[in-house]
Design a protein around this ligand. Structure first.
Ligand code: ATP
Ligand code: MG
Length: 411
C-alpha cells in the first residue's frame, strides 16, 4: 500500500483525555480512533493488525476441532431468566435496549445462553458429541472503568469458543487441548514469553479456572508468578492450601501486575441443565451435556502487544501481527531516478508476497523516519541516491535498531 493512499495521519500528541499508553500510541500512529471512553474505531492500519490476530486465533481454534459461527448480539430476555442472569443485581454490566413495542432486549456480554439453545436444536445422542463451536463477535459490557484504552472496551471483539462433551473425562481432555492451543496462540502473537497460565477461581464445577495473564505494569490484575515453573496464581485464590495443592512455595512467587488476555472455564452442567441441553447415552438415558468456555479478546490482545512491544519512539510490532512486513521509504522522491528505483522495488517485493507500506509521500526524511518508528513495522527499507550508488537499500530492524546495507538484487 502506498502511504499517500492512506487517509490516516500520524500525530505528535495523543488526545488529552487518553491516559493509557496503548491507546495513546495507537491513536498517534493512526491505528485507532477514540469515539468516547471505552469505544474505539479500528482504522485501516489497526484493522490489519486486528485481522492478523484474529487469523492466528482462528487457525488454532480450527486445529482443535472448532466450528465457526457468527451469532447475533441481541439477547432474548427469557433465556437469560432461565439461568438467572437477566437481573442487573446478578449481572451489573448489561447494556439493555427496547423494541418499539417496549420488549426488552440485551446486548450480549457473553454467549453461553444462546449457544446452549442453538445446540439444543442439533444434539440428540452421545453420537452427536463432542462438539466445539466458536465465533469472533463484538461484546457489549457496561464497564464502570474504561481508562485502559482497548484493553477494556465497552464494546470489544471476543473470540468465544464453547465445548460440549458427554462426561468430565472427555471434557478434561478437551480443556487440556484448548490450554495447549492458547499457549501456541500467545507464542505466535509474540507475547508468549510474558504470558503465564494462571490459576483463578473455578466456580461450582472445578477447583480452578485458568487465565492467561501477560506481565505488564498497565495490567489491572495482580498475580503471583513462579518464573521457573512458568505458572502463576491469581491474588484472589492465593492461600496456603492452594499453594500446597499446586506444589508451589510462597517464597518462589513474585507479585506482578498483569493483563488477562484469555480465560478458560469448566461450565459443568450449569447452562445445559438450566436450558435443557441433554443427550441420550448408550442406554437411552437422558443426561445434561458438560460444557466449557474459552475466551480471548483480540482487541485486548492488540492493546497488550502495544503496551509490551513499544519504546519511546513508538510501536514495535512482532512480525506475525504487524500491519505490513516492510516499510519502504524513498528519500528525494523528486529525483526521478530514485523514485523509479523505489517504485520498481515496491512492485517487485509486492509481487513476491511481501506486504509493503511504501512511503511515497513528498515530505522530509525526518518526518518519514519519525513516522516509521511510530508506526512500528518490523523492517524499514530506505532507498536514496546514496544507497543507489551501491545498488543497495538501507535495512533497519525496528526491534534492535540494527542497520545494514543490502543489495537490491538480494531482496
Ligand atoms: P476482566 O476480568 O478483565 O474484566 P473477564 O474475566 O470479565 O475480564 P471474560 O468474560 O473471561 O473476561 O472474557 C474473555 C476474554 O475477553 C478476556 O480474557 C479478555 O481477553 C477479553 N475481555 C473481557 N472484557 C474485555 C473488555 N472490556 N475489553 C476488551 N477485552 C475484554
Ligand atoms: Mg477476569
Amino acid at each position: 500500500m502506498k502511504q499517500s493512499h492512506l487517509f490516516t495521519k500520524t500525530r505528535r500528541e495523543a488526545p488529552k483525555d487518553e491516559v493509557s499508553k496503548n491507546a495513546q500510541l495507537l491513536i498517534r500512529a493512526g491505528y485507532i480512533h477514540k469515539e468516547m471512553a471505552g469505544a474505539y474505531d479500528f482504522l485501516p492500519l489497526g484493522l490489519r493488525v486486528l485481522n492478523k490476530i484474529v487469523g492466528i486465533i482462528r487457525e488454532e481454534m480450527l486445529k482443535i476441532g472448532g466450528e465457526e459461527v457468527y451469532m447475533t448480539a441481541l439477547q432474548d430476555r427469557a433465556k437469560w431468566e432461565m439461568t438467572d442472569r437477566w437481573d442487573v443485581k446478578k449481572v451489573d454490566i448489561w447494556f439493555k435496549t427496547k423494541l418499539q413495542n417496549d420488549t426488552e432486549l440485551g446486548l450480549g456480554f457473553t454467549h453461553e445462553e444462546p449457544i446452549t439453545s442453538i445446540l439444543k436444536d442439533h444434539i440428540r445422542s452421545y453420537k452427536d458429541l463432542p462438539r466445539a463451536v466458536f465465533q469472533f463477535q463484538n461484546k457489549f459490557r457496561n464497564e464502570t472503568r474504561a481508562k485502559s484504552g482497548i484493553l477494556r472496551g465497552r464494546e470489544f471483539l471476543m473470540k468465544d469458543l464453547y465445548s460440549f462433551n458427554i462426561d468430565e473425562k472427555t471434557h478434561e481432555e478437551y480443556y487440556e487441548a484448548a490450554k495447549m492451543a492458547y499457549k501456541i496462540i500467545y507464542d505466535r502473537l509474540g507475547i508468549g514469553g510474558d504470558t503465564y497460565v494462571t490459576f483463578a477461581l473455578g466456580g461450582t464445577f472445578s477447583k480452578y479456572s485458568h487465565e492467561f495473564q501477560t506481565l505488564c505494569e498497565a495490567g489491572e490484575d495482580v498475580i503471583y508468578v513462579d518464573e521457573a515453573k512458568k505458572l502463576a496464581v491469581k491474588k484472589e485464590v492465593l492461600n496456603d492450601e492452594v499453594l500446597k495443592d499446586l506444589g508451589l512455595k510462597r517464597e518462589d512467587l513474585k507479585e506482578r501486575k498483569a493483563i488477562e488476555v484469555g480465560n478458560i472455564f469448566n461450565l459443568g452442567t450449569k447452562f445445559s441443565s438450566a436450558l435443557g441441553l441433554n443427550y441420550k447415552d448408550e442406554k437411552g438415558e437422558s443426561k445434561p451435556v458438560i460444557m466449557g468456555c474459552y475466551g480471548i479478546g483480540p482487541s485486548r490482545v492488540m492493546g497488550t502487544i502495544a503496551e509490551v512491544w513499544s519504546d519511546e519512539k513508538g510501536l514495535v510490532w512482532p512480525e506475525s501481527v504487524a500491519p505490513f512486513g516492510v516499510h519502504l521509504i524513498v528519500l528525494n522522491s523528486a529525483d526521478s531516478k530514485v523514485k523509479d528505483a523505489a517504485d520498481l522495488l515496491y512492485r517487485s517485493l509486492t509481487s513476491k508476497g511481501v506486504e509493503v507500506l511504501y512511503d511515497d509521500r513528498d515530505c522530509s526524511a525526518g518526518e518519514k523516519f519519525g513516522d516509521a518508528d511510530l508506526i512500528g513495522i518490523p523492517w524499514r527499507y530506505v532507498i536514496s541516491e546514496k544507497t543507489l550508488a551501491s545498488d543497495s537499500v538501507e535495512v533497519k530492524d525496528r526491534k534492535t535498531g540494527t542497520v545494514t546495507m543490502k543489495k537490491i538484487s538480494s531482496l
